[in-house]
Each structure stands twice: as structure tokens, then as C-alpha cells.
Design a protein around this ligand. Structure first.
Ligand code: FES
Length: 277
């Protein structure tokens, strides 16, 4: 953990990170491509899903390399696994480009470890196709990939990269109906922020219909209440541009991949009340 803490504070990596970020931004310029790679169309990050194929293929190859007569099958799996890294790498870099600096530093070492692992697997594949064993190279690759996976797990589970930052807010909303003020005081077509318990909530009124969503952006907790509202009835996060439909919280553009959670809403005696779903 001390090594990880030092890595997160290693400002010497920032120069490389800035150059790589510029490259990723230039290469993944089309917004639809970025949304696809962030997982905006499927509701959560796709990088962890895409790594399953190479990881599964490499792990299976490692087992088959211990089985007499299964060398050819192991070679096939290493070929499949190596080819399958391409989409996982693309999604990983696009997600990485929208992380905070401390997490980008860890992400850089995660990517470097995986690049070394892929190179070792590629070399193993070439050695195998030339009639050699290639086992030492692939087992070394698996070990280095394990280090990369450990850092990736740290980024997600300890540092919250790729998880919804709005979901935890929802758990702090009172489950009892709580007033957020008179309906008559809510402007139409202009979102307002009210606090429920200690959770900021974004209210959007359309006629007599009111939508209440968690105000902290699911991507990294940006303040949607300070975002611009588009002509299509969406709010754009001021931090990284994630775009959410105000009437139902659906994510329209990333880097967010999760929708904004909605609260239950009712109007009682002219008062708008909200509650945890
Ligand atoms: S916090 Fe990153 S887009 Fe909202």
C-alpha cells in the first residue's frame, strides 16, 4: 500500500501522462467512438468486461501448457488472447484519459505492465509458431499481467475509477418522503438544486411533472447543478462534459457510463416531496 501511495504522488509521471492524454484525445476524437469505449451505451464501463477474453485465454493457456499434448491448443489460446487485447486496450486508454492525475499515475503503470505482458505473449506466440516452447515467455507474461491486474483492481475498487459516484449518494437519501418546497416555486425548464438530508438533488420541472435526480455526476461527482442545459432538455456536467437527459437521468454522452439515479417524487398539498426509490 505504501508503494501505491507513493505511485499516486509520483508527479514525475505527469509529463508523460499529459503527452499521452493529448494523443488519446486526438485519436479518440469522434464522440460516438468515445461513448462506445467508455460504455455509455451499455450502462457501465466496458474495459473490465473486455479484459475478460484475454485474461481467460491466457489463464487457460497456462493450464494447458501443463497438460501433455495440449501445446497446440495453448498456442491457439495465446493467439486469441493477444488479438483480443486490442479493444480492451482502446477502452482502457479512453477511460484513463478522464481520470484525475493521481489515478492517471497508477493507470500509467497499470498500462505499462500490461504492455510488457502483451509483448511477452506476442514473443511467446512467435516462438511457438516457429516450433519452440514459448512457455517461459508466456508464464512471465502472465506474472506481469497479474501485476497489471492488481493495479487495475486498485484503481477501481480502492480509488473508484469506473464506478458510479452517484449511486452511493442515493443510499444517503432519506427513505421517508421529504419536502423540497412548493411546486409553485419551481421554475419550469430550469433545473434547481435542493438538499435532501445532506444530499444535493437536482429538480427539473416540466408542467406539473417533476424529476428529481442525484445532483453529483455519476462519472466523478461533478456538480450537475452548475452545468449547462441543452435545447434537447439535457444537463451537461461542467467537469468532463457527461450529458444526462433531465426527464429520466439517462446518460446521453460520456465519459459517464451510468445513468443519474432518480428519486421518487410526489406532490402533496402543493408541496414537492422526494424519497429514496
Ligand atoms: S464528473 Fe466527469 S463528467 Fe461529470
Amino acid at each position: 500500500m505504501q508503494i501505491l501511495n507513493r505511485l499516486e504522488e509520483a508527479r514525475s509521471l505527469d509529463g508523460v501522462a499529459e503527452k499521452l492524454q493529448a494523443v488519446v484525445t486526438a485519436v479518440a476524437k469522434p464522440r460516438r467512438l468515445r461513448d462506445l469505449l467508455h460504455g455509455t451505451y451499455v450502462g457501465h464501463a466496458v474495459h473490465p468486461v473486455l479484459v475478460q477474453l484475454p485474461v481467460g485465454a491466457f489463464m487457460s493457456a497456462a493450464v494447458l501448457d501443463l497438460v501433455p499434448g495440449a501445446h497446440k491448443a495453448a498456442t491457439t489460446l495465446i493467439g486469441v488472447g493477444t488479438a483480443a487485447t486490442a479493444p480492451a486496450v482502446a477502452a482502457g486508454w479512453v477511460d484513463w484519459s478522464q481520470l484525475t492525475k493521481d489515478r492517471q499515475r497508477v493507470g500509467l503503470v497499470h498500462a505499462a505492465a500490461n504492455a510488457v505482458a502483451i509483448t511477452l505473449y506476442g514473443a511467446s506466440l512467435v516462438a511457438r509458431l516457429r516450433g519452440g516452447s514459448g512457455r517461459a515467455l508466456s508464464y512471465t507474461g502472465l506474472t506481469v499481467a497479474g501485476l497489471g491486474a492488481y493495479l487495475g483492481g486498485h484503481l477501481s475498487y480502492a480509488r473508484g475509477a469506473g464506478v458510479s459516484h452517484a449511486a452511493t449518494e442515493l443510499t444517503r437519501v432519506p427513505s421517508a418522503w421529504t419536502s423540497v418546497g412548493p411546486l409553485a416555486e419551481l421554475p419550469t425548464g430550469k433545473p434547481v438544486v435542493r438538499t435532501v438530508g445532506d444530499v444535493p438533488v437536482l429538480l427539473w420541472r416540466d408542467g406539473d411533472q417533476v424529476t428529481a435526480m442525484i445532483e453529483r455526476c455519476s462519472h466523478a461527482g461533478g456538480p450537475l447543478g452548475e452545468g449547462e442545459v441543452t435545447a434537447e432538455g439535457c444537463v451537461v456536467c461542467p467537469w468532463h462534459g457527461s450529458t444526462f437527459r433531465l426527464r429520466d437521468g439517462v446518460v446521453v454522452h460520456g465519459p459517464a457510463s451510468a445513468n443519474q439515479p432518480l428519486l421518487r417524487v410526489r406532490v402533496t398539498g402543493g408541496d414537492v416531496e422526494v424519497a429514496q426509490p
